[in-house]
Design a protein around this ligand. Structure first.
Ligand code: PLP
Length: 394
């Protein structure tokens, strides 16, 4: 090794990656993930406008919820304004209270932890595994054995004295995390599960849809997700009480009186508007095609990147069907320092690429939060790059 080698390496790898991506997407300029509107979007949105019901009352909201239930297999679905609001409500109805702790992966979008903070609870960061980028269940078990005890049927952090009420597993870039190991563990430690399936509509673990394993799960329909309602989210659950409570809270907790304003709790204005649900109904009809297209793109990338030994492309974990929401390359460890130049080179060439999120424990807002050792998070978060992932690229 001489001093110049890393620089040369960076340049060479960057060129290889640009060439591989260009070979697949042609000369298009592309953002990381764009929505596709090729179905009845205009028709349903116009119908919604014509009906006059554009806000939180209207037939499309219920239609959208029914279609989501049918597709995911969840018994109940509550449509709300966005995925963050869905997480917020999901955590509340799961029983998370002020000054509780909630286990959260550090490698996630900030909304996962913010939803915990809105309640006045504390995110407690835990490490991930390199196989699926989700929470490492084996490590978590050892960690909980060390730091917690079961007291009066609750998991208590021995150091802080706070109840560890819930966990929010996240399915990173659409790849399901290891639910088979995680769920029994949560059961054993009396920890409620709220799945952050924001990114994983169309992803299945052992043929069951992500977001339907925990006490509750949430999906996002933001503009950059697999399908969009403009802004939107949904809470999934098989528990009628949780579903009823979530819906009640999402509609200012107004009781069912024909005209009087009676609010039984401090609720939220989180209900999904009809206009957004109309768009969502059209988008859902397109979902199977979109998923096929995204899988085709993965196949094309897999072939191209198999010839670049310095990086590997993320693949769906065993037993899982991923929606391949964001295509992801991981630099081999010795090329970690090349990441910035690779991203810059791609962007200069008109190829939108992006590093994975800054791990949340490194943000000033969360640097004092409780955390387990996070070696895999720290290591992997410096090596991950997302590459153009929109449906319709190939
Ligand atoms: C997108 C996303 C959210 C938030 O969803 P919004 O609809 O944007 O509020 C939450 N968690 C994860 C992991 C996400 O990717």
């Amino acid at each position: 090794m001489n001093n110049h080698e890393p620089i040369n390496n960076s340049y060479l790898i960057s060129c290889k990656i640009v060439r591989a991506i260009r070979a697949i997407i042609g000369d298009k300029t592309t953002t990381l993930h764009e929505p596709t509107f090729k179905g009845k979007e205009w028709e349903y949105v116009k119908d919604c406008l014509d009906s006059g019901f554009v806000s939180s009352v209207g037939q499309y909201v219920e239609k959208f919820e029914n279609k989501i239930m049918e597709y995911t297999g969840a018994k109940y679905a509550v449509a709300v304004v966005n995925g963050t609001a869905a997480l917020h409500l999901g955590l509340i109805v799961a029983g998370v209270k002020f000054d509780d702790e909630v286990l959260v992966p550090s490698l996630t979008f900030v909304a996962t932890a913010n939803a915990v903070s809105y309640i006045g609870a504390k995110p407690h960061f835990v490490d991930i595994n390199a196989n699926d980028l989700g929470i490492d269940a084996t490590k978590l078990k050892a960690y909980l054995k060390e730091i917690s005890e079961i007291k009066d049927g609750f998991c208590v952090n021995k150091k802080t004295g706070r109840v560890i009420r819930a966990i929010v597993p996240m399915h990173v870039f659409g790849h399901p995390c290891n639910l088979k190991e995680l769920l029994p563990l949560c059961n054993e430690f009396k920890i409620k599960v709220v799945e952050d399936a924001a990114e994983s509509l169309g992803s299945f673990y052992d043929k069951k849809h992500t977001g339907t394993f925990g006490n509750l799960g949430v999906i996002s329909f933001n503009g950059n997700k697999t399908i969009t309602t403009g802004g939107g989210g949904v809470i999934l659950t098989d528990d009628i009480e949780l579903a009823t409570h979530a819906k009640h809270l999402s509609t200012t907790a107004k009781s069912n009186h024909p005209f009087a304003y009676i609010h039984t709790e401090i609720g939220f204005n989180y209900r999904m508007p009809n206009l957004n649900a109309a768009l969502g109904c059209a988008q859902l009809e397109q979902l199977p095609e979109l998923l096929k297209s995204k899988r085709r793109l993965y196949g094309a990338y897999a072939k191209a990147f198999s010839e670049i030994s310095e990086v590997s492309l993320c693949q769906e974990p065993p037993l899982c069907q991923s929606n391949y929401w964001l295509q992801t390359i991981v630099l081999n460890e010795e090329f970690t320092s090349c990441r910035e130049e690779i991203i810059e080179t791609c962007i200069e060439d008109g190829i939108s690429t992006r590093p994975v999120w800054n791990p949340l424990h490194k943000l000033s807002i969360y640097q004092n939060s409780p955390a387990s050792p996070l070696p895999v998070t720290n290591n992997l978060s410096e090596r991950i790059i997302n590459i153009p992932s929109s449906a319709g690229l190939v």
